[in-house]
Design a protein around this ligand. Structure first.
Ligand SMILES: [Zn+2]
Length: 203
C-alpha cells in the first residue's frame, strides 16, 4: 500500500475542489502552500506587534532593534526623549514599521520557529507553528460570492465534501485536510467535474 505524504494528500483534495469549482465557472486557485520559517516568523511577529501583544519594552531590548534574522522592529530614535528626530508617538512608529514587515494585509499568522528557538524573539513563545511550514495548509483564492459568501452553508458543505476543513475562523481562505473524514464525493461526480472543467478549458 502506498501512503502519500501529508502535503500531497492535502493538495490532491484541494485540486479536486478546484476542478469542481472551475467546472461550475467559479474562479479558484491556490494562493499559497508552503511558507519558509523566516517568512512565517516575520509575518507572525508583525501580527503580534500590530495586535499589541508584544511589550514595547521587549522591542527596546533587541540588539540594534533587530531579531536574529535581521528584521528591524525598533529604532532607538523612536523612543520618547530621543531628541528632535523622535516621532510624536513611539507606538505609532513601531506600528507603521511592523505594517511594512507583515504580509500585504495585517492578518493573523503563525510562527516559523520553535518556541525555544532564539530566532523567534521578540515574538511570543505561545504562538503555534504555522501548518504552512510543513505543507499541511493551503491558502485558496475562491470567488466565495458565487457560493453565497465565504461561510455560507453551501461553502461549508463543499469544503467538507472534499475532505477539507477551515479551522481558522478569521481566514475563510485557509484550508487543511480533515483527518477525521475522507472525500465524500461519488466518483461519478468527480468525473463530471473534471469533464466540465475540460470542456470549459478547451471550448
Ligand atoms: Zn493559511
Amino acid at each position: 500500500m502506498v501512503i502519500l505524504p501529508e502535503p500531497l494528500r492535502l493538495k490532491l483534495r484541494v485540486n479536486f475542489l478546484i476542478l469542481h469549482l472551475r467546472g461550475q465557472g467559479i474562479p479558484c486557485w491556490i494562493q499559497a502552500h508552503y511558507r519558509t520559517p523566516d517568512r512565517a516568523h516575520r509575518w507572525s511577529t508583525a501580527y503580534s506587534v500590530l495586535s499589541g501583544k508584544i511589550n514595547v519594552g521587549d522591542l527596546r531590548c533587541l540588539a540594534d532593534g533587530r531579531d536574529l534574522d535581521g528584521n528591524l522592529w525598533f529604532k532607538p530614535e523612536w523612543a520618547p526623549g530621543a531628541g528632535d528626530r523622535a516621532p510624536a508617538n513611539e507606538f505609532a512608529a513601531i506600528v507603521a514599521n511592523a505594517n511594512e514587515l507583515g504580509p500585504r494585509k495585517p492578518v493573523y499568522a503563525e510562527e516559523g520557529y520553535a518556541s525555544t528557538d532564539p530566532r523567534r524573539r521578540p515574538n511570543l513563545a505561545e504562538i503555534p507553528i504555522s501548518k504552512h511550514i510543513t505543507g499541511r495548509a493551503i491558502d485558496l483564492n475562491v470567488e466565495w460570492a458565487a457560493l453565497g459568501g465565504p461561510w455560507s452553508a453551501q461553502a461549508d458543505e463543499l469544503i467538507a465534501r472534499y475532505g477539507l476543513c477551515r479551522p481558522v475562523t478569521s481566514e475563510s481562505w485557509h484550508v487543511e485536510r480533515n483527518k477525521a473524514h475522507g472525500m465524500n464525493v461519488p466518483l461519478r461526480e468527480l468525473f463530471v467535474a473534471i469533464w466540465k472543467y475540460l470542456l470549459r478549458r478547451f471550448k
